[in-house]
Design a protein around this ligand. Structure first.
Ligand code: NAD
Length: 232
């Protein structure tokens, strides 16, 4: 039984990962930002422990890890998206999306580090996006953060491999979660039609890939597209 910590675990892809790791018999903790009722309900359903902590805050993340103790598998899933022309984006939004999507991973991996090094073992799975691979118009900041997640994954895999820690990444395509709630249904339908497997993804499609990479003993530094073939 491993100790697993999933960031952004209260809903969407993170909640699917929490369900999967709980079903596999692990001791699971998850961080969430605001939605306490949803988090409590998932904790009751799965037996996982919910902790309210903003991943962009080093102090909040360190306090959360102090509650959890040593982690074997860390899933850096928490993320936010923002759309619109980059030229119209307020500086505060640019800073916020980098603070959550990129600095959040820096905070969480660093908080897990002493436990990893003590055991000379550990597994990190980061969550990027296909837009981090190919870029999306009107999602420049989001694409840039997700490109950074891919670069961090590869660099950390090289840096931490000698210490027994693997670092891999999933790059989801269109996954039907709250993050897609503001996308026009016609656009979602177009995206579905452009996807070779003929459907948009589910949170569990991504959770399946996260669990695979978390346990794949000779795989590190890899980016696994979970996008139904939309980006190949
Ligand atoms: P979601 O909006 O349904 O869930 C986001 C989760 O992140 C929530 O649990 C929320 O509490 C948490 N969160 C947000 N900001 C946080 C913060 N500052 N501190 C702690 N937790 C925070 O989104 P989702 O679709 O499940 O997305 C999960 C991840 O997958 C994100 O990194 C997202 O960028 C990525 N992703 C999603 C899609 C998609 O189509 N849904 C596609 C590609 C990548």
């Amino acid at each position: 039984m491993s100790t697993v910590l999933v960031t952004g675990g209260s809903r969407g892809i993170g909640a699917a990962a929490v369900r999967r790791f709980c079903k596999s018999g692990h001791r699971v903790f998850f961080l969430y930002e605001k939605e306490t009722e949803l988090a409590d309900s998932l904790a009751r359903e799965t037996g996982a422990t919910a902790i309210c902590a903003d991943v962009s805050s080093k102090a909040a993340v360190e306090a959360a890890f102090a509650q959890v103790g040593s982690v074997d598998i860390l899933v850096c899933n928490a993320g936010i998206s923002m759309t619109g022309l980059m030229s119209m984006m307020p500086e505060s939004d640019w800073d916020r999306i980098f603070d959550v999507n990129v600095k959040g991973i820096y905070n969480c991996v660093n908080a897990a580090m002493s436990g990893f090094l003590a055991k000379q073992a550990g597994s990190v799975v980061t969550v990027s996006s296909m837009w981090g691979q190919v870029g999306a118009s009107c999602e420049t900041a989001y694409s840039a953060t997700k490109g950074a997640v891919i670069a961090m994954t590869k660099a950390l895999a090289k840096e931490l491999g000698p210490s027994g820690v693997r670092v891999n990444c999933v790059a989801p395509g269109v996954i039907m979660t709250d993050m897609c709630a503001n996308i026009d249904p016609e656009v979602l339908e177009d995206l579905r039609n452009e996807t070779p497997v003929g459907r948009n993804g589910t949170p569990d499609d991504v959770a399946e890939a996260i669990e695979f990479l978390a346990n794949a003993r000779f795989i590190t530094g890899q980016v696994l597209g979970v996008n139904g073939g939309y980006v190949i």
